[in-house]
Design a protein around this ligand. Structure first.
Ligand code: HEM
Length: 411
């Protein structure tokens, strides 16, 4: 069984000046926690002068992260939101990499899909899909929860948001996975060119949908909303692709990994699962705690637009600044007993997983809705889902998540 995060201690042998917390392997083997504990304690705003992504600042404490995230004038997302610098040739524009006023215009264009009216309709659909997925799961044999539940549910949702041909929905999962991959020699995606070739297939597919919808009556789906809005109607292909990737990754990896994380945490903390089963009204609170404890997006990056001071450190214009949400969410100064999973904790919604400021997650209420309905249905069906092996985690410092979680349901 996995060790809990508090079992890990930082490798104190590494001098702080040489510590690079962005190494993917630390996320893959789940050893990252101790390193962040150490940074929060000893050097909360830490400069790494040498990494595969160049020099960068790590902001690791809750309050400093909020200060950076809410100051978009001083800390801009225009040069990208991940620690990896995408080469110019492969750069795509999207509204998360924009500032006012264009950012708000494009964000407002797509926001009706996650507005209250739409969510009310979606709840009924999500519930019927959750029931069908849970009913169809194997009994008395091990299976991969990530594939059969987390990916399936979120990909079905994404297909609905885009009104994307349902039978092709796993293409969305594939493109999402490719989009968040940093090319590496010896891996399936071994060059930026290869990544761009695959993503151009995504663009081609969506361009066909766009061409159908721009000539049809406006409807409530993401493509139609963009095709009929003055803010997005004349996007260049690379901007269309950038926004597609933003919406696909936003709707996919994050919720997927919260669904998997939730099941894992409930199995690591059986008393919390009992608490929830005894009092199902705790479900919304449990969902917030799952999202905090998982922190599905480990970081967001900004670039300093002016000289400034963060946590007493001098940041210079042009510096790369990484907000480690995954660390701020374990900051004991703000969150009591932060390394434990406690579904009924005080101020459970006080977490950084959705970010802050003008780019605060657009889809957060939809994500919470999917998780809430899933847990309501698991409880209602009295499913006893046992985690029967170690989770496989992905080697990413951006998407904090899993490729497999073996589970078994007793009939
Ligand atoms: C932005 C996390 C679900 C769409 C963000 C940001 C984070 C985040 C950290 C950036 C915030 C910032 O820079 O301050 C999450 C998590 C989710 C989730 C943890 C699930 C548990 C979703 C879903 C959708 C979505 C379901 C789509 C339906 C977006 C979009 C943005 C965004 C479009 C960009 C907003 C902007 O630039 O104004 N999300 N997200 N997210 N998210 Fe989510």
């Amino acid at each position: 069984m996995s060790r809990r995060s508090e079992d890990y201690k930082a490798d104190d042998i590494i001098p702080l000046s040489e510590l690079d917390v962005s190494e993917g392997r630390r996320f893959q083997d789940d050893s990252i926690w101790g390193f962040f504990d150490r940074l929060r304690r000893e050097d909360p705003v830490h400069y790494c002068k040498d990494s595969p992504h160049g020099p960068y600042w790590s902001v690791t404490k809750y309050r400093d992260i909020v200060a950076v995230d809410t100051n978009h004038k001083a800390f801009s997302s225009k040069q990208g939101v991940t620690i990896v610098d995408v080469p110019d040739k492969h750069w795509t524009q999207s509204f998360i990499k924009m500032g006012p006023p264009k950012h708000a215009e494009q964000r407002n264009t797509v926001s009706p899909i996650v507005g209250p009216e739409s969510l009310t309709k979606l709840e009924t659909l999500i519930r019927s899909r959750v029931r069908a997925i849970l009913d169809g799961l194997p009994r008395n044999e091990a299976f991969n929860w990530v594939d059969m539940v987390s990916i399936e549910l979120t990909t079905q949702m994404l297909a609905t948001l885009f009104d994307f041909p349902f039978e092709d929905r796993r293409l969305l999962t594939y493109w999402s996975d490719v989009a968040v991959t940093t090319p590496k020699a010896g891996h399936a995606i071994d060059s930026w060119d290869k990544r761009s070739t695959i993503l151009s297939e995504c663009l081609d597919y969506f361009t066909k949908l766009w061409n159908e919808r721009i000539n049809a009556e406006p409807r409530l789906d993401l493509i139609s909303l963009m095709a009929h809005s003055p803010a997005t109607r004349h996007m260049k292909p690379s901007e269309f692709l950038g926004n597609l990737i933003l919406l696909i990754v936003g709707g996919n990896d994050t919720t997927r990994n919260s669904i998997t994380g939730g099941l894992l945490f409930m199995s690591q903390y059986p008393s919390e699962l009992r608490k929830l089963a005894d009092n199902p009204k705790l479900v919304s609170s449990a969902v917030s705690e799952i999202i905090r404890y998982q922190t599905p997006i480990a970081h967001m990056r900004r670039t300093a637009a002016v000289d400034s001071i963060v946590g007493g450190k001098q940041i210079r214009k042009g510096d790369k600044v990484v907000m480690w949400y995954i660390s701020g969410n374990r900051d004991e100064e703000i969150i009591e007993n932060a390394n434990s999973f406690v579904i009924d904790r005080k101020n459970v919604r006080q977490h950084l997983s959705f970010g802050f400021g003008i780019h605060r997650c657009l889809g957060r209420h939809l994500a919470e809705l999917q998780l809430r309905v899933l847990w309501e249905e698991i409880l209602d069906a009295r499913l006893e889902i046992e985690v029967v092996g170690e989770p496989e985690r992905i080697a990413s410092n951006f998407v904090h998540g899993y490729s497999a979680l073996p589970v078994r349901i007793e009939a």
